[in-house]
Design a protein around this ligand. Structure first.
Ligand code: ATP
Ligand code: MG
Length: 458
Protein backbone atom coordinates (compact mmCIF):
# COMPACT_ATOMS: atom_id res chain seq x y z
CA UNK A 1 0.00 0.00 0.00
CA UNK A 2 1.42 3.39 -0.94
CA UNK A 3 2.01 5.76 1.94
CA UNK A 4 1.26 9.49 1.98
CA UNK A 5 4.35 11.65 1.72
CA UNK A 6 3.88 15.09 3.22
CA UNK A 7 7.18 16.42 1.82
CA UNK A 8 5.87 16.29 -1.74
CA UNK A 9 4.34 19.63 -2.49
CA UNK A 10 2.77 19.01 -5.90
CA UNK A 11 1.45 15.98 -7.72
CA UNK A 12 -1.82 14.50 -8.88
CA UNK A 13 -4.44 12.21 -7.54
CA UNK A 14 -7.27 10.43 -9.26
CA UNK A 15 -10.62 11.79 -8.27
CA UNK A 16 -12.54 9.24 -10.32
CA UNK A 17 -11.74 6.86 -13.11
CA UNK A 18 -11.51 9.58 -15.77
CA UNK A 19 -10.31 12.74 -14.04
CA UNK A 20 -6.92 13.24 -12.49
CA UNK A 21 -6.75 16.24 -10.22
CA UNK A 22 -3.46 18.09 -9.81
CA UNK A 23 -2.82 19.23 -6.29
CA UNK A 24 -0.42 21.40 -4.40
CA UNK A 25 0.27 20.58 -0.79
CA UNK A 26 0.16 23.53 1.51
CA UNK A 27 1.37 22.85 5.01
CA UNK A 28 -0.04 25.33 7.47
CA UNK A 29 2.35 25.35 10.44
CA UNK A 30 1.05 25.11 14.01
CA UNK A 31 1.51 28.82 14.68
CA UNK A 32 -0.38 29.74 11.51
CA UNK A 33 -3.72 28.22 12.50
CA UNK A 34 -5.93 28.23 15.56
CA UNK A 35 -6.32 24.51 16.24
CA UNK A 36 -5.15 23.65 19.71
CA UNK A 37 -4.89 20.20 21.28
CA UNK A 38 -6.98 21.33 24.20
CA UNK A 39 -9.98 21.61 21.85
CA UNK A 40 -9.56 18.07 20.59
CA UNK A 41 -11.25 15.16 22.35
CA UNK A 42 -8.70 13.42 24.63
CA UNK A 43 -9.81 10.07 23.20
CA UNK A 44 -9.13 11.24 19.65
CA UNK A 45 -5.69 12.41 20.79
CA UNK A 46 -5.08 9.00 22.37
CA UNK A 47 -5.88 7.30 19.07
CA UNK A 48 -3.70 9.70 17.08
CA UNK A 49 -0.71 9.25 19.41
CA UNK A 50 -1.02 5.45 19.50
CA UNK A 51 -1.09 5.22 15.70
CA UNK A 52 1.87 7.56 15.49
CA UNK A 53 3.85 5.53 18.07
CA UNK A 54 3.20 2.43 16.00
CA UNK A 55 4.79 4.15 13.01
CA UNK A 56 1.64 5.05 11.10
CA UNK A 57 0.53 8.41 9.74
CA UNK A 58 -2.27 9.81 11.91
CA UNK A 59 -4.47 12.80 11.17
CA UNK A 60 -7.59 14.41 12.46
CA UNK A 61 -9.74 14.99 9.40
CA UNK A 62 -13.03 16.19 7.97
CA UNK A 63 -15.71 18.08 9.86
CA UNK A 64 -13.70 18.32 13.09
CA UNK A 65 -10.79 20.21 11.48
CA UNK A 66 -13.20 22.47 9.60
CA UNK A 67 -15.27 23.21 12.71
CA UNK A 68 -12.20 23.91 14.86
CA UNK A 69 -10.86 26.33 12.25
CA UNK A 70 -14.07 28.37 12.36
CA UNK A 71 -14.14 28.28 16.15
CA UNK A 72 -16.94 25.72 16.36
CA UNK A 73 -17.29 22.67 18.56
CA UNK A 74 -17.04 19.46 16.54
CA UNK A 75 -19.66 16.88 17.39
CA UNK A 76 -17.36 14.02 16.49
CA UNK A 77 -13.67 13.52 15.79
CA UNK A 78 -12.66 11.41 12.81
CA UNK A 79 -9.18 10.09 12.24
CA UNK A 80 -7.51 9.14 8.94
CA UNK A 81 -4.46 6.92 8.73
CA UNK A 82 -2.34 4.79 6.42
CA UNK A 83 -2.86 1.79 8.74
CA UNK A 84 -5.36 -0.74 7.38
CA UNK A 85 -8.49 -1.45 9.46
CA UNK A 86 -6.95 -4.75 10.54
CA UNK A 87 -3.76 -2.99 11.68
CA UNK A 88 -5.86 -0.49 13.62
CA UNK A 89 -7.73 -3.34 15.27
CA UNK A 90 -4.46 -4.84 16.46
CA UNK A 91 -3.49 -1.58 18.16
CA UNK A 92 -6.69 -1.09 20.15
CA UNK A 93 -8.44 -3.64 22.31
CA UNK A 94 -11.58 -1.48 22.25
CA UNK A 95 -11.83 -1.55 18.45
CA UNK A 96 -14.42 -3.04 16.14
CA UNK A 97 -14.52 -3.10 12.37
CA UNK A 98 -17.72 -2.02 10.67
CA UNK A 99 -19.22 -1.21 7.30
CA UNK A 100 -19.58 -2.82 3.94
CA UNK A 101 -19.46 0.14 1.57
CA UNK A 102 -16.62 1.71 3.56
CA UNK A 103 -14.74 -0.59 5.91
CA UNK A 104 -13.93 1.43 9.02
CA UNK A 105 -12.48 0.95 12.48
CA UNK A 106 -14.41 2.23 15.47
CA UNK A 107 -12.39 2.74 18.63
CA UNK A 108 -14.86 2.78 21.49
CA UNK A 109 -14.35 4.80 24.68
CA UNK A 110 -17.56 4.45 26.69
CA UNK A 111 -20.07 6.61 24.86
CA UNK A 112 -17.53 8.22 22.55
CA UNK A 113 -16.55 6.49 19.34
CA UNK A 114 -13.51 7.61 17.38
CA UNK A 115 -13.87 6.61 13.75
CA UNK A 116 -10.58 5.63 12.15
CA UNK A 117 -10.59 5.39 8.35
CA UNK A 118 -7.78 4.14 6.18
CA UNK A 119 -6.81 6.54 3.37
CA UNK A 120 -9.00 5.69 0.43
CA UNK A 121 -8.70 6.32 -3.27
CA UNK A 122 -11.58 6.88 -5.58
CA UNK A 123 -9.92 5.19 -8.53
CA UNK A 124 -10.37 1.66 -9.67
CA UNK A 125 -7.02 0.30 -10.73
CA UNK A 126 -8.19 -3.21 -9.98
CA UNK A 127 -6.25 -3.37 -6.72
CA UNK A 128 -9.19 -2.83 -4.45
CA UNK A 129 -12.71 -3.71 -3.77
CA UNK A 130 -14.93 -1.31 -5.67
CA UNK A 131 -18.38 -1.50 -7.15
CA UNK A 132 -20.26 1.04 -9.25
CA UNK A 133 -23.94 0.81 -10.20
CA UNK A 134 -25.46 3.34 -12.66
CA UNK A 135 -22.58 5.74 -12.04
CA UNK A 136 -23.14 5.62 -8.27
CA UNK A 137 -20.64 4.13 -5.89
CA UNK A 138 -22.00 1.24 -3.87
CA UNK A 139 -18.73 -0.01 -2.42
CA UNK A 140 -15.23 1.39 -2.50
CA UNK A 141 -12.66 -0.14 -0.25
CA UNK A 142 -9.76 0.97 -2.39
CA UNK A 143 -6.91 2.08 -0.18
CA UNK A 144 -4.72 4.92 -1.34
CA UNK A 145 -2.46 7.80 -0.34
CA UNK A 146 -3.37 10.81 1.74
CA UNK A 147 -3.58 12.78 -1.52
CA UNK A 148 -6.07 10.29 -2.96
CA UNK A 149 -7.99 10.45 0.28
CA UNK A 150 -8.15 14.25 0.14
CA UNK A 151 -9.47 14.53 -3.42
CA UNK A 152 -12.19 11.91 -3.03
CA UNK A 153 -13.80 13.95 -0.24
CA UNK A 154 -16.70 16.23 -1.07
CA UNK A 155 -15.86 19.85 -0.22
CA UNK A 156 -12.46 21.48 0.09
CA UNK A 157 -13.30 22.58 3.65
CA UNK A 158 -13.83 18.91 4.54
CA UNK A 159 -10.49 17.77 3.15
CA UNK A 160 -8.08 19.25 5.69
CA UNK A 161 -5.75 17.08 7.78
CA UNK A 162 -4.41 17.99 11.20
CA UNK A 163 -1.16 16.04 11.58
CA UNK A 164 -0.32 14.79 15.06
CA UNK A 165 3.39 14.57 14.17
CA UNK A 166 3.91 18.34 13.93
CA UNK A 167 0.46 19.84 14.65
CA UNK A 168 0.31 21.34 11.17
CA UNK A 169 -2.73 21.41 8.88
CA UNK A 170 -2.18 19.70 5.52
CA UNK A 171 -4.19 21.13 2.68
CA UNK A 172 -4.26 19.43 -0.74
CA UNK A 173 -7.29 21.15 -2.27
CA UNK A 174 -7.19 24.80 -1.23
CA UNK A 175 -9.58 24.15 1.64
CA UNK A 176 -7.71 26.31 4.13
CA UNK A 177 -8.34 29.44 2.03
CA UNK A 178 -11.94 28.41 1.47
CA UNK A 179 -12.54 28.01 5.21
CA UNK A 180 -11.08 31.46 5.84
CA UNK A 181 -13.31 32.85 3.07
CA UNK A 182 -16.21 30.83 4.52
CA UNK A 183 -17.21 29.13 1.29
CA UNK A 184 -18.25 25.67 0.23
CA UNK A 185 -16.47 24.43 -2.86
CA UNK A 186 -16.73 20.96 -4.33
CA UNK A 187 -13.51 19.17 -5.17
CA UNK A 188 -13.32 18.30 -8.88
CA UNK A 189 -16.08 18.69 -11.45
CA UNK A 190 -19.26 19.58 -9.53
CA UNK A 191 -21.71 17.93 -11.89
CA UNK A 192 -19.79 14.68 -11.90
CA UNK A 193 -19.44 14.71 -8.12
CA UNK A 194 -23.20 15.25 -7.68
CA UNK A 195 -24.00 12.49 -10.15
CA UNK A 196 -21.67 10.16 -8.26
CA UNK A 197 -23.50 10.91 -5.01
CA UNK A 198 -26.58 13.18 -5.19
CA UNK A 199 -26.70 13.50 -1.38
CA UNK A 200 -23.76 15.90 -1.75
CA UNK A 201 -26.33 18.50 -2.89
CA UNK A 202 -28.02 18.23 0.49
CA UNK A 203 -24.68 18.31 2.25
CA UNK A 204 -23.80 21.54 0.43
CA UNK A 205 -26.98 23.21 1.66
CA UNK A 206 -26.76 21.70 5.14
CA UNK A 207 -23.14 22.60 5.80
CA UNK A 208 -23.61 26.11 4.35
CA UNK A 209 -26.57 26.55 6.73
CA UNK A 210 -24.69 25.13 9.68
CA UNK A 211 -21.50 27.09 9.17
CA UNK A 212 -22.94 30.26 7.65
CA UNK A 213 -20.81 29.61 4.52
CA UNK A 214 -21.70 30.67 1.00
CA UNK A 215 -21.81 28.09 -1.78
CA UNK A 216 -19.30 28.97 -4.48
CA UNK A 217 -20.89 29.65 -7.91
CA UNK A 218 -19.63 26.57 -9.78
CA UNK A 219 -20.66 24.36 -6.84
CA UNK A 220 -24.11 25.94 -6.63
CA UNK A 221 -24.91 26.09 -10.35
CA UNK A 222 -25.73 22.41 -11.07
CA UNK A 223 -27.89 21.85 -7.98
CA UNK A 224 -31.28 23.02 -9.34
CA UNK A 225 -30.61 21.14 -12.59
CA UNK A 226 -29.65 17.90 -10.88
CA UNK A 227 -31.96 18.10 -7.86
CA UNK A 228 -34.20 15.29 -9.10
CA UNK A 229 -31.27 12.84 -8.89
CA UNK A 230 -31.97 12.77 -5.17
CA UNK A 231 -34.88 10.47 -5.94
CA UNK A 232 -32.29 7.79 -6.56
CA UNK A 233 -30.67 8.13 -3.15
CA UNK A 234 -31.48 5.53 -0.50
CA UNK A 235 -34.61 6.63 1.44
CA UNK A 236 -33.02 5.60 4.75
CA UNK A 237 -30.03 7.83 4.07
CA UNK A 238 -32.31 10.72 3.17
CA UNK A 239 -34.16 10.28 6.44
CA UNK A 240 -30.86 10.66 8.33
CA UNK A 241 -29.93 13.70 6.25
CA UNK A 242 -33.29 15.35 6.90
CA UNK A 243 -32.81 14.92 10.64
CA UNK A 244 -29.38 16.54 10.36
CA UNK A 245 -30.80 19.37 8.23
CA UNK A 246 -33.58 20.23 10.65
CA UNK A 247 -32.64 19.00 14.11
CA UNK A 248 -29.12 20.39 14.45
CA UNK A 249 -29.98 23.97 15.33
CA UNK A 250 -30.05 25.51 11.84
CA UNK A 251 -33.41 24.32 10.54
CA UNK A 252 -34.63 27.68 9.26
CA UNK A 253 -31.44 28.27 7.27
CA UNK A 254 -31.58 24.69 5.92
CA UNK A 255 -35.19 25.17 4.84
CA UNK A 256 -34.41 28.40 3.03
CA UNK A 257 -31.41 26.79 1.32
CA UNK A 258 -33.43 23.77 0.19
CA UNK A 259 -36.13 26.05 -1.17
CA UNK A 260 -33.66 28.26 -2.99
CA UNK A 261 -31.97 25.34 -4.77
CA UNK A 262 -35.13 23.46 -5.71
CA UNK A 263 -34.33 20.60 -3.33
CA UNK A 264 -37.40 21.03 -1.14
CA UNK A 265 -39.64 20.06 -4.05
CA UNK A 266 -37.71 16.81 -4.44
CA UNK A 267 -37.59 15.88 -0.76
CA UNK A 268 -41.15 16.95 0.07
CA UNK A 269 -42.97 17.30 -3.26
CA UNK A 270 -46.49 17.54 -1.86
CA UNK A 271 -45.60 20.03 0.85
CA UNK A 272 -43.66 22.15 -1.63
CA UNK A 273 -46.66 22.22 -3.99
CA UNK A 274 -49.00 23.15 -1.13
CA UNK A 275 -46.69 25.94 0.00
CA UNK A 276 -46.61 27.31 -3.52
CA UNK A 277 -50.37 27.43 -3.91
CA UNK A 278 -51.10 28.78 -0.42
CA UNK A 279 -51.93 32.40 -1.21
CA UNK A 280 -52.07 33.72 2.36
CA UNK A 281 -48.60 32.36 3.15
CA UNK A 282 -49.92 30.93 6.43
CA UNK A 283 -48.46 27.47 5.79
CA UNK A 284 -45.02 28.88 5.23
CA UNK A 285 -45.25 31.02 8.36
CA UNK A 286 -46.17 27.95 10.42
CA UNK A 287 -43.20 26.05 9.02
CA UNK A 288 -40.71 28.84 9.62
CA UNK A 289 -42.05 29.48 13.11
CA UNK A 290 -41.91 25.77 13.96
CA UNK A 291 -38.38 25.36 12.64
CA UNK A 292 -37.31 28.50 14.50
CA UNK A 293 -38.71 27.04 17.75
CA UNK A 294 -36.85 23.81 17.08
CA UNK A 295 -33.60 25.74 16.53
CA UNK A 296 -34.14 27.54 19.83
CA UNK A 297 -34.75 24.23 21.61
CA UNK A 298 -31.53 22.79 20.19
CA UNK A 299 -29.65 25.92 21.31
CA UNK A 300 -31.02 25.41 24.84
CA UNK A 301 -30.19 21.69 24.85
CA UNK A 302 -33.87 20.80 25.04
CA UNK A 303 -35.06 17.58 23.40
CA UNK A 304 -36.52 17.67 19.88
CA UNK A 305 -38.62 15.01 18.23
CA UNK A 306 -38.55 13.65 14.69
CA UNK A 307 -42.32 12.98 14.89
CA UNK A 308 -43.06 16.64 15.61
CA UNK A 309 -40.60 17.72 12.92
CA UNK A 310 -42.25 15.57 10.26
CA UNK A 311 -45.72 16.64 11.44
CA UNK A 312 -44.51 20.16 10.69
CA UNK A 313 -42.77 19.47 7.38
CA UNK A 314 -45.67 17.46 6.01
CA UNK A 315 -48.46 19.63 7.44
CA UNK A 316 -48.89 21.56 4.16
CA UNK A 317 -49.21 18.25 2.29
CA UNK A 318 -51.72 16.99 4.85
CA UNK A 319 -53.86 20.16 4.60
CA UNK A 320 -53.82 19.98 0.83
CA UNK A 321 -54.78 16.34 0.68
CA UNK A 322 -57.51 16.90 3.26
CA UNK A 323 -59.00 19.72 1.25
CA UNK A 324 -59.01 17.65 -1.93
CA UNK A 325 -60.79 14.77 -0.19
CA UNK A 326 -63.36 17.09 1.35
CA UNK A 327 -64.02 18.62 -2.04
CA UNK A 328 -64.79 15.12 -3.26
CA UNK A 329 -67.42 14.91 -0.54
CA UNK A 330 -65.59 12.61 1.87
CA UNK A 331 -66.79 13.17 5.45
CA UNK A 332 -64.35 15.09 7.64
CA UNK A 333 -63.19 12.32 9.99
CA UNK A 334 -62.74 9.83 7.19
CA UNK A 335 -60.99 12.48 5.07
CA UNK A 336 -58.53 13.19 7.86
CA UNK A 337 -57.58 9.58 8.28
CA UNK A 338 -57.22 9.08 4.56
CA UNK A 339 -55.20 12.26 4.08
CA UNK A 340 -52.83 11.24 6.89
CA UNK A 341 -52.30 7.79 5.40
CA UNK A 342 -51.95 9.06 1.86
CA UNK A 343 -49.38 11.73 2.70
CA UNK A 344 -47.37 9.28 4.82
CA UNK A 345 -47.38 6.63 2.12
CA UNK A 346 -46.39 8.99 -0.70
CA UNK A 347 -43.60 10.45 1.40
CA UNK A 348 -42.16 7.01 2.14
CA UNK A 349 -41.08 6.56 -1.48
CA UNK A 350 -38.53 9.36 -0.99
CA UNK A 351 -37.75 9.39 2.71
CA UNK A 352 -37.88 6.29 4.91
CA UNK A 353 -39.74 7.64 7.90
CA UNK A 354 -39.88 4.81 10.47
CA UNK A 355 -43.30 3.89 11.89
CA UNK A 356 -42.27 4.86 15.39
CA UNK A 357 -42.22 8.44 14.08
CA UNK A 358 -44.97 8.34 11.43
CA UNK A 359 -47.61 7.07 13.86
CA UNK A 360 -47.18 9.86 16.44
CA UNK A 361 -46.89 12.33 13.53
CA UNK A 362 -50.34 11.27 12.33
CA UNK A 363 -51.72 11.45 15.87
CA UNK A 364 -50.53 15.05 16.14
CA UNK A 365 -52.48 15.86 12.97
CA UNK A 366 -55.62 13.96 13.90
CA UNK A 367 -55.78 15.54 17.34
CA UNK A 368 -55.99 19.01 15.77
CA UNK A 369 -59.65 18.54 14.87
CA UNK A 370 -60.49 17.39 18.41
CA UNK A 371 -59.46 20.76 19.84
CA UNK A 372 -62.75 22.26 18.61
CA UNK A 373 -64.84 19.97 20.78
CA UNK A 374 -65.95 21.17 24.22
CA UNK A 375 -67.98 18.11 25.21
CA UNK A 376 -66.89 17.18 28.74
CA UNK A 377 -66.22 13.53 27.99
CA UNK A 378 -64.32 14.33 24.82
CA UNK A 379 -62.28 16.98 26.54
CA UNK A 380 -61.06 14.42 29.08
CA UNK A 381 -60.27 11.92 26.37
CA UNK A 382 -58.26 14.46 24.40
CA UNK A 383 -56.42 15.57 27.51
CA UNK A 384 -55.49 11.99 28.38
CA UNK A 385 -54.15 11.24 24.90
CA UNK A 386 -50.42 10.42 25.02
CA UNK A 387 -49.81 12.87 22.17
CA UNK A 388 -51.84 15.68 23.73
CA UNK A 389 -48.87 17.85 24.67
CA UNK A 390 -47.22 17.67 21.25
CA UNK A 391 -50.56 18.24 19.52
CA UNK A 392 -51.30 21.25 21.71
CA UNK A 393 -47.86 22.72 20.94
CA UNK A 394 -48.70 22.19 17.29
CA UNK A 395 -51.98 24.07 17.73
CA UNK A 396 -50.09 26.96 19.33
CA UNK A 397 -47.81 26.97 16.31
CA UNK A 398 -50.79 27.16 13.97
CA UNK A 399 -52.02 30.03 16.10
CA UNK A 400 -48.95 32.07 15.25
CA UNK A 401 -50.01 32.13 11.61
CA UNK A 402 -53.72 32.61 12.05
CA UNK A 403 -55.84 34.30 14.70
CA UNK A 404 -58.65 31.79 14.27
CA UNK A 405 -57.18 29.32 16.79
CA UNK A 406 -56.86 31.85 19.61
CA UNK A 407 -60.02 30.72 21.38
CA UNK A 408 -59.12 27.02 21.23
CA UNK A 409 -55.61 27.74 22.47
CA UNK A 410 -56.94 29.72 25.43
CA UNK A 411 -59.49 27.02 26.27
CA UNK A 412 -56.97 24.17 26.22
CA UNK A 413 -54.36 26.13 28.09
CA UNK A 414 -56.85 26.78 30.87
CA UNK A 415 -58.15 23.22 30.80
CA UNK A 416 -54.63 21.89 31.25
CA UNK A 417 -53.98 24.19 34.19
CA UNK A 418 -57.30 23.21 35.70
CA UNK A 419 -56.59 19.55 35.17
CA UNK A 420 -53.12 19.68 36.72
CA UNK A 421 -54.61 21.58 39.64
CA UNK A 422 -57.33 18.91 39.93
CA UNK A 423 -54.70 16.21 39.80
CA UNK A 424 -52.72 17.91 42.56
CA UNK A 425 -55.81 18.15 44.75
CA UNK A 426 -56.70 14.54 44.03
CA UNK A 427 -53.20 13.57 45.07
CA UNK A 428 -53.40 15.71 48.19
CA UNK A 429 -56.69 14.13 49.12
CA UNK A 430 -55.23 10.68 48.68
CA UNK A 431 -52.19 11.56 50.75
CA UNK A 432 -54.41 12.96 53.51
CA UNK A 433 -56.50 9.79 53.48
CA UNK A 434 -53.41 7.66 53.83
CA UNK A 435 -52.25 9.69 56.81
CA UNK A 436 -55.62 9.48 58.54
CA UNK A 437 -55.94 5.75 57.99
CA UNK A 438 -52.72 5.37 59.97
CA UNK A 439 -52.46 1.63 59.52
CA UNK A 440 -51.72 1.97 55.79
CA UNK A 441 -48.39 0.27 54.95
CA UNK A 442 -45.79 2.98 55.27
CA UNK A 443 -44.13 2.26 51.92
CA UNK A 444 -47.01 3.66 49.94
CA UNK A 445 -47.16 6.68 52.15
CA UNK A 446 -43.47 7.47 51.85
CA UNK A 447 -43.43 7.20 48.09
CA UNK A 448 -46.31 9.52 47.62
CA UNK A 449 -45.01 12.10 50.05
CA UNK A 450 -41.57 12.14 48.54
CA UNK A 451 -42.99 12.57 45.01
CA UNK A 452 -45.07 15.68 45.55
CA UNK A 453 -45.35 17.96 48.57
CA UNK A 454 -48.87 17.77 49.99
CA UNK A 455 -51.24 20.39 51.30
CA UNK A 456 -50.25 19.25 54.76
CA UNK A 457 -47.19 21.41 54.49
CA UNK A 458 -44.60 18.72 53.86
P1 ATP B 1 -20.99 17.11 10.31
O1 ATP B 1 -20.67 18.37 10.99
O2 ATP B 1 -22.39 17.03 9.90
O3 ATP B 1 -20.53 15.86 11.02
P2 ATP B 1 -19.03 16.30 8.41
O4 ATP B 1 -18.39 17.01 7.26
O5 ATP B 1 -18.15 15.85 9.52
O6 ATP B 1 -20.19 17.21 8.94
P3 ATP B 1 -19.67 13.55 8.08
O7 ATP B 1 -20.89 12.94 7.47
O8 ATP B 1 -19.36 13.31 9.49
O9 ATP B 1 -19.81 15.10 7.80
O10 ATP B 1 -18.46 13.12 7.15
C1 ATP B 1 -17.11 13.18 7.54
C2 ATP B 1 -16.23 13.53 6.35
O11 ATP B 1 -16.34 12.52 5.34
C3 ATP B 1 -16.58 14.81 5.63
O12 ATP B 1 -15.98 15.93 6.26
C4 ATP B 1 -16.04 14.57 4.24
O13 ATP B 1 -14.64 14.78 4.21
C5 ATP B 1 -16.30 13.10 4.03
N1 ATP B 1 -17.59 12.86 3.39
C6 ATP B 1 -18.79 12.71 4.00
N2 ATP B 1 -19.77 12.49 3.11
C7 ATP B 1 -19.20 12.50 1.90
C8 ATP B 1 -19.67 12.34 0.57
N3 ATP B 1 -20.96 12.12 0.33
N4 ATP B 1 -18.78 12.39 -0.43
C9 ATP B 1 -17.47 12.60 -0.19
N5 ATP B 1 -16.96 12.78 1.03
C10 ATP B 1 -17.79 12.73 2.06
MG1 MG C 1 -18.72 14.58 11.16
Amino acid sequence: MPLGNPEISTGSATINSTVTTPFTLRTVARDQHCISRKDISPNALRVLYRLREAGFGAYLVGGAVRDLLVGGQPKDFDVATDATPEQVKQLFRNCRLIGRRFRLAHVVFGREIIEVATFRANSDDGSGDREVENGMLVRDNVYGTIEDDAVRRDFTCNALYYAIEDFSVRDYTGGFEDVLARRMKLIGDPEQRYREDPVRMLRAVRLAAKLGFSIEAATAEPIPRLASLLNEAAPARLFEEVLKLFLSGHGVASFEGLERFGLLAVLFPESAAALKSNRTGALRRILIEGLGNTDARVANDEPVSPAFLFALLLWPAFCRSLMALQKQGVAIEEAQRRAADRVTMHQLSTIALPRRFSLPMQEIWLLQSRFGSRQRKRVYRTLAHPRFRAAFDFLVLRGTASAEHAEDIAFWRETQQQSSHDQDSAQDELAAEVLVEGDEPSRRRRRRRRGAPTALGE
